[in-house]
Design a protein around this ligand. Sequence first.
Ligand code: ARG
Ligand code: MN
Ligand code: MN
Length: 314
Amino acid sequence: QSVAVLGAPFSRGQKRGGVELGPKVIRDAGLIERLSSLDYSVHDFGDLSFHHLEKDEPYMDVKFPRTVGAANKMLSSAASRAVGAGHTFVMLGGDHSLAIGSVSGHAQQCPDLCLIWVDAHADINTPMTSPSGNLHGQPVAFMLKELQGKMPDIPGFSWTKPFLSSRDLVYIGLRDVDPGEHHLLKTLGIQYFSMRDIDRLGIQRVMEVALDHLLARKQRPIHLSFDIDAFDPSLAPATGTAVNGGLTYREGIYLTEEIHNTGLLSAIDLVEVNPVLGANQDAVEATASLAVDVIASSLGQTREGAHASIDSMP
Ligand code: ARG
Ligand code: MN
Ligand code: MN
């Protein structure tokens, strides 16, 4: 069992500086040690270094299209290589535009993968529906085959083609969905569980239905794209687009335990940790340590405890 960790210190998918420091604070919170203690062989591939583009004019309203496109192209090949080498791939963001590269690279190796998107936001705006022009609010639109006709040719993205069906995607944690996004969720029939659905059904039932939706027809690799702003801002204050009323710690950890229990998790994104936006050092450390807990729990850390084998017990 091996895990590949790759940092993606990138922030041009949104306006606020500091999210490029996410990989550093998540590592400082002890990620590598935690994964090693779970008995993985951990390959830390360090951080990608993204090139700075001098001239990158907006396209329509889309900000930094070539910079975001080039960063994701680089990340996509790295993700594909890591998964191809047999590792479970862990990408530390950076903003959520990076999911374009991470999921597409994963899909190159595993064309039948399914995607679990844990987020306050649906991140499915197209350049036409986006209220902000920020690409971290649009990554899912680049992935979906059903949106092919609705996506213009954005400079920087000619290397990628849609690869995912809307039925192979589930959202959990939504509570800030733009009108154009809500229209797409409904017309494409995408399975989603908003915070209201979690209130009604409970996280246990939500995970049961979500995993059944993705895996009932056949078992296939899971990509977990986890935006830290899915959590309540009281738990994850150091992030750029915090929204009240998010996941509790226990809901978040139950969710990741259930994903681990499928035995099918193949790649994780942990994005949108922004240490510059924490009110103080404690707020930053709490957010980063929560990110480590999410990754460790996804990879098999249990609350009930565990032991290697009965025979080796004293
Ligand atoms: N829906 C808003 C937008 O399109 C906010 C997106 C926030 N995305 C995120 N990855 N935090 O700009
Ligand atoms: Mn979000
Ligand atoms: Mn997001």
